[in-house]
Design a protein around this ligand. Structure first.
Ligand code: AMP
Length: 174
């Protein structure tokens, strides 16, 4: 299966969750066993043998991709969650969305100082979410070796927010 097959399964939902946003719905990819397998393979490939010991996923769609990537790499999984969801001691970063403002939290003991961490999400739009995720992980002492993402909305220039973390995007929409 090629990346074209994956792109053919993505559903564009106009004006969701609010007017003017074209939402990239990846649920048809997740629902197709061979497409889902291929997606996880492609997200993982460049990061094999890179000494990655943790994969961080951004709530909620990021979890569906980050956990299988972590398992393939033989790494652990770190949830980056919306405020008030994590039970233990947390640190928080605020960020701007394409459609609003939000925050992310992580457990203070999620990373060992100097640990190589891969960040994974479904979509990079403005890059605000990923930027907050990178700040959180670095605050805990992580070496953020890359950001692996299914879809990049190139016209929103999110890559500029990544503060030097290399972006690996499978599909790029201009
Ligand atoms: P941003 O912080 O603007 O890069 O937004 C990225 C986050 O918002 C990701 O976690 C995505 O899941 C979600 N997101 C933003 N824009 C879209 C979109 N057009 N389609 C699907 N998800 C989106």
């Amino acid at each position: 299966m090629v990346v074209d097959k994956l792109s053919g399964l993505i559903r564009d939902i106009p004006d969701f969750p609010e007017k003017g946003v074209v939402f990239k719905d990846i649920t048809p990819v997740l629902a197709d066993g061979s497409a889902f397998h291929e997606l996880i393979t492609k997200l993982t490939e460049p990061f094999k043998d890179r000494g990655i010991t943790k994969v961080a996923g951004i709530e909620a769609r990021g979890f569906t991709l980050a956990t299988p990537v972590a398992e393939r790499l033989g790494a652990g999984f770190i949830p980056l969650r919306k405020p008030g969801k994590l039970p233990y001691e947390t640190v928080r970063e605020e960020y701007e969305l394409e459609y609003g403002i939000d925050s992310l939290e992580v457990h203070t003991d999620a990373v060992i100082e100097g640990e190589k961490v891969l960040l994974v999400d479904d979509v990079i739009a403005t890059g605000g979410t990923a930027s907050a995720a990178i700040r959180l992980l670095r605050h805990l002492g992580a070496d953020v070796v890359g950001f692996s993402v299914f879809i990049e909305l190139v016209f929103l220039n999110g890559q500029r927010q990544l503060d030097g973390v290399p972006l690996h995007a499978l599909l790029r929409y201009d």
